[in-house]
Design a protein around this ligand. Structure first.
Ligand SMILES: [Zn+2]
Length: 148
């Protein structure tokens, strides 16, 4: 089972695209760039959905196969681990869908907090990023301070 779907580096390969090559003077998040990221996000979402579906089927197939309580306990543990992973993936799918909507609305690629361009390279590493690197760093520092 592929485990690389949460790792951004695999996303470009997954979508079958290379890093975006900007032309001189090209508009940030014009049509070609939006199409590039739409392709990446679509491929990522499809992959995650397939994984979620596969696990559900897998669990339904196996759930009835362990009459022994010890086996069953071990399996329940395995299932709960898988369910947590699937839960993360479902949340990620929601985030991807939200990001796709931003592309539809022509509002993709800008920092949610300060409004500046997030940047192509950062978005290729993390297509669902909604903060620029400065705001992201700042919010992480704040989170750490609040956590004590
Ligand atoms: Zn910002």
């Amino acid at each position: 089972m592929p485990t690389s779907t949460n790792k951004p580096l695999g996303i470009l390969a997954l979508a079958g695209v290379g890093p975006y090559q900007e032309k001189a003077g090209e508009e940030y998040m014009g049509e070609p760039q939006l199409a590039h990221f739409k392709k990446i996000l679509d491929a990522w979402r499809i992959q995650l959905r397939e994984e979620v579906d596969r696990t559900v089927t897998h669990m339904q197939d196996e759930a009835a196969n362990f009459p022994d309580p010890v086996d069953r306990a071990a399996q329940e543990e395995e299932f709960s681990l898988e369910l947590r992973t699937r839960d993360r993936e479902r949340k990620l799918i929601k985030k991807i869908e939200k990001t796709l909507q931003l592309i539809e609305d022509d509002d993709f690629g800008f920092c949610n907090s300060c409004g500046i361009e997030i940047g192509i390279r950062r978005l290729e590493a993390r297509p669902t990023a909604d903060l620029c690197i400065e705001c992201k760093t700042l919010s992480e520092i704040k989170e750490r301070q609040m956590a004590g």
